[in-house]
Design a protein around this ligand. Structure first.
Ligand code: AMP
Ligand code: MG
Length: 415
C-alpha cells in the first residue's frame, strides 16, 4: 500500500498546463489567462459626471450662495458640445461628459430649480472635482489588467470588455472523457432486470467536471470486456485531454481497467492500493500519442467521489493552468466524537460543516461510512481527512476540505 501523498505526487508529477487558445470572453470564464494583458485605452476615456445634477464652475459657488442660469442639458452618450460660461450651469446626467468650462457637478438633490426664470439656486460651495470622474481614473494606458496565470473571473472579463476586447488567450479548458465500466450498468430510465443497477457515477462525474471548469465528454458505459475497454481508451485518448473511468480497478475476475491502463500507459503507469478509505484501488497512467492522463477510479459511488477529489480534481486544475489546484481546506471543530478504527489508512468522511457564532467552522454531523451510500452523501459540504487513529474526541479539530463555501454560511438548522 502507498499513502495518499505518494499517489498524488505520482499523478501530478510531469503534468503541464494545456496549450493556450483564443476564446470569446464569455467562453473564457474560469479559464487562466496565458499572457499578461495591458490596457491600451484609458477608462473612463473622458471626464464625466458621477451624479445627476448640474455641471458648473466651482468659483461661482465660492460664497456658498449662487443662482445660475440653466444652459441646456447633457445626457449620457451626448458629445460635450456645450461650453459653460461663468454664472451658468448645464443640467447633466450620470455618465454624460463634463462640458468645457465646468469643473464640478452639484447633485440635483442639493439644488432648487426655478423653471419660470430658467435658473438653479445652490446654497453651498461646491469644490472643484466634486462628482467628476476623470479620464484614466479607473484604468491608465499601459497598466496591467490581467497577469499571466490569473483566473478569468467575471470581473476580470468585464475589465477586458472595457478595453473593447472580444477574445482573450487562455489555457484551454480540459476536455475530460468519462467512461463507466460494468456489465451490471443501465443508463436508460427503463425497468431494471434483476442484478442490474443504474449508472450513477457517470452523471456525478460529468457534473463534478463542469463544476471544476472542464468540458465533460460522456463516453457512456462499456461492458467488462478487456478488448472493448482497451479500444475505447485508445480511441478516446486521441479526442480528449484526460480520461476518467469508474469500476474495474479492484481484484474481481473482470476488473480489466487496471490492466488496460497499465498496458496502454507502459512502464510508468501504475495500478495502486492507496492507504485511504474509501478509494483504495486506483490506477493511473498516461496513454495514447498525446500521453493523456487516464484515471481508473473504483466503482463504488462514494469511493469514486473521494478518489476524484484526492487525485483527479487537482490534476485537472493543473491541466487548466490554475495556480490554486486544491479546494479550500480549514481546521474545523468536531461537535460530536468521531469513531474510527486504527487501520493505517487515511479515512475520508463526508460531513456537514457550518460557521458558528464563534467564527469557527464546526462539523455538525458526519455521514456514516459506507462506500455505496450515495444518498447520505448528498448535502454534505465537507470532506474530513482523518489520519490513522482510534478516533477523535468532541471539541478536537480536524482538517476539512470545503466542497461548498456557500453552504458553510447556510442559515437552516443542521440536519
Ligand atoms: P467495481 O469497482 O467495478 O468492482 O464496482 C464496485 C461497486 O460499484 C459494484 O457494486 C458496482 O456495481 C458499483 N458500480 C460500478 N460502477 C458503477 C456506476 N457507474 N454507477 C453506480 N455504481 C457502480
Ligand atoms: Mg465492476
Amino acid at each position: 500500500m502507498i499513502d495518499v501523498e505518494e499517489a498524488k505526487r505520482f499523478v501530478l508529477s510531469e503534468l503541464l498546463a494545456l496549450p493556450s487558445t483564443g476564446m470569446t470572453l464569455v467562453d473564457a470564464l474560469g479559464c487562466v489567462a496565458s499572457d499578461e494583458i495591458l490596457a491600451h485605452e484609458a477608462v473612463p476615456g473622458f471626464a464625466n459626471s458621477s451624479m445627476d445634477g448640474f455641471a458648473l464652475r466651482s468659483a461661482d459657488t465660492a460664497t456658498g450662495q449662487a443662482t445660475l442660469i440653466v444652459a441646456g442639458a447633457l445626457l449620457a452618450g451626448d458629445a460635450p458640445s456645450r461650453y459653460v460660461e461663468p454664472r451658468h450651469a448645464v443640467r447633466i446626467m450620470t455618465g454624460a461628459p463634463l462640458p468645457e468650462g465646468a469643473d464640478c457637478v452639484c447633485m440635483i438633490e442639493q439644488t432648487v430649480v426655478d423653471s419660470d426664470t430658467g435658473t438653479v439656486a445652490i446654497s453651498r460651495s461646491v469644490p472643484v472635482g466634486e462628482n467628476v470622474r476623470y479620464a484614466g481614473e479607473d484604468v491608465k494606458v499601459g497598466q496591467t489588467l490581467v497577469g499571466a496565470g490569473d483566473e478569468l473571473d467575471a470581473i476580470r472579463l468585464g475589465v477586458l470588455a472595457g478595453q473593447g476586447f472580444a477574445t482573450v488567450s487562455a489555457v484551454s479548458r480540459p476536455r475530460v472523457a468519462v467512461i463507466s465500466t460494468g456489465n451490471e450498468l443501465v443508463s436508460s430510465g427503463g425497468a431494471l432486470r434483476y442484478g442490474e443497477i443504474r449508472d450513477t457515477n457517470r452523471p456525478t462525474l460529468l457534473g463534478l467536471l463542469r463544476e471544476a471548469g472542464c468540458t465533460p465528454i460522456d463516453v457512456g458505459a462499456v461492458r467488462d470486456e478487456y478488448d472493448v475497454i482497451r479500444s475505447t481508451f485508445e480511441r478516446i485518448a486521441e479526442e480528449c485531454d484526460a480520461i476518467i473511468s469508474t469500476g474495474g480497478v479492484s481484484v474481481g475476475d473482470v476488473d480489466h481497467v487496471k490492466g488496460v491502463i497499465t498496458e496502454l500507459g507502459g512502464t510508468d503507469a501504475r495500478s495502486m492500493q492507496v492507504a485511504v478509505r474509501p478509494g483504495k484501488p486506483f490506477a493511473f497512467g498516461r496513454i495514447g500519442s498525446r500521453r493523456v492522463p487516464a484515471f481508473g477510479l473504483p466503482g463504488n459511488p462514494v469511493s469514486t467521489r473521494v478518489s476524484y477529489e484526492l487525485f483527479v480534481r487537482p490534476a485537472l486544475r493543473m491541466l487548466g493552468g490554475h495556480r490554486a489546484i486544491e479546494r479550500l481546506s480549514v481546521d474545523a471543530v468536531l461537535d460530536e466524537a468521531l469513531k474510527r478504527s486504527s487501520d493505517g489508512k487515511l479515512h475520508v468522511v463526508h460531513a456537514c460543516a457550518r460557521i458558528h457564532d464563534d467564527g469557527r467552522v464546526h462539523i455538525e454531523s458526519v455521514v456514516r461510512p459506507g462506500s455505496h451510500l450515495m444518498s447520505a452523501v448528498a448535502g454534505a459540504n465537507a470532506l474530513l481527512m482523518l489520519p490513522n487513529s482510534d478516533g477523535i474526541a468532541r471539541g478536537e479539530t480536524v482538517r476539512a476540505i470545503i466542497l461548498s463555501a456557500e453552504a458553510l454560511a447556510r442559515r437552516d438548522e443542521a440536519r
